[in-house]
Write a protein that binds this ligand. Sequence first.
Ligand code: NI
Length: 259
Amino acid sequence: MTIDSHAHLEMADFDSDREAVVGRAAAAGLTAIITIGTTLPDCEKAVSLAGMYPLVYAAIGIHPHEVKDINAGTCDALRILAGQAKVVAIGEIGLDFFHDLSPRDMQLQWFAEQLDLAEELDLPVIIHDREAHAETLAILRQRKDRLRGVIHCFSGDQAMARECIALGFHLSVAGPVTYRKADQLRAVALEIPLERLLIETDAPYLAPQPYRGKRNEPAYVVETARHLAEIRGMAAGELERATEENARRLFALDGKKSA
Ligand code: NI
């Protein structure tokens, strides 16, 4: 049993067969799927899916790609939405200086506003950092002891991993760790202390081997677990259980069962 700590079940990619996708996740032994909104309408959809499926929990936040389209009212709407049952985190939020789909000053501004919201609501954060490692670390350092959460699909180096761990964060590993050329990523993943490790699919993106190139889905997180367990020299079941417990504790899932 394990938990997919990061999927986008609300995306239209799953509109035609979402029920079957959740069913396959349950059959694969998943005990929870955190589904992550990236726009305000998708956050609302994530929350409603959490109400429909016992396995699904919601995280709400505006993705750095999308912050170019929001305004002060968006954070107010998120604050209200956070009061709904089974909302377990603020995210995904952060910085993406690789795609640069929103101007960087806006990314920085809305990352800060949403971190403020997480602090105010005492919720964990799910952070997206792509090619913005120094900026992300500087922000987390400034807020030391005020935040908890996870760097999703971690892509930094070992030094950054160590600092994030020292700052109290979890690091989440996604499907790319199973790719043949991912030696650097594997080296980092090997070093993450077991009690700070999460696993995720980022479905519908980043399918692990042997599904690379196809639509990803939460059931496939067991492939990432299997691969990680192998390189860490442990049983897959043990790694699944540890990451299950870590996600359950970080997102306080036991307190958020009922709708
Ligand atoms: Ni994502």
